[in-house]
Design a protein around this ligand. Structure first.
Ligand SMILES: N[C@@H](CCC(=O)N[C@@H](CS)C(=O)NCC(=O)O)C(=O)O
Length: 126
C-alpha cells in the first residue's frame, strides 16, 4: 500500500491469536487480510489484485504478459503448493520480546523488524 501511495493502518495479532481473530473478523483463519471501507479481502493474491484495481499505478505486476504469467504462476505455486506444506508443520521461531502476546498497530510506512530479544522457542502456524 506504501508503493501505491495509499494510507493504511496495520493491526498485527501475535500467533496463536491471529487465526481465531482472523476468523472472527474475516471469516478465514489466515493472515493477511484487508478491510476497505467495510469491504473484506483475504489473502495476498486477492489483496494485490484489489489494490491494482484501486490504484493501477505503479503496478505490482510486470507489464510484459509473459513475465506477468510467470509471476502469477510463482504466486499460485507458493499459495497452493508450498504454503500448505509449511502450514502443516510446526515450526520454531524466536519470541519477539515485548510485543509477544500483545496486539500491535501502526500506520504508514512499515518500520524495520524488531530484533528478537529472547530465544524462547514458540510454535507457529505459518
Ligand atoms: N499464501 C497465503 C498464506 C496465508 C497463510 O497461510 N498465512 C499464515 C501466516 S504466514 C496463517 O495465517 N496461518 C494460520 C493458519 O493457517 O491457521 C497468503 O499469502 O495469503
Amino acid at each position: 500500500m506504501s508503493i501505491k501511495g495509499l494510507s493504511y493502518r496495520v493491526t498485527e495479532w501475535p500467533p496463536p491469536l491471529h487465526a481465531p481473530m482472523q476468523f472472527v473478523l474475516f471469516g478465514v483463519r489466515t493472515v493477511p487480510a484487508l478491510e476497505l471501507d467495510g469491504e473484506k479481502v483475504s489473502g495476498s493474491r486477492a489483496i494485490m489484485r484489489r489494490l491494482e484495481q484501486l490504484a493501477p499505478e505503479p503496478s505490482l505486476f510486470p507489464a510484459d504478459p509473459a513475465a506477468r504469467a510467470r509471476v502469477e504462476e510463482a504466486e499460485r505455486w507458493g499459495d497452493e503448493v508450498f504454503q500448505p506444506v509449511a502450514r502443516s508443520r510446526h515450526c520454531l521461531v524466536s519470541s519477539t520480546g515485548s510485543t509477544a502476546g500483545s496486539r500491535t498497530e501502526r500506520s504508514g510506512t512499515p518500520s524495520a523488524p524488531t530484533p528478537p530479544t529472547s530465544r524462547s522457542p514458540r510454535r507457529c502456524d505459518c
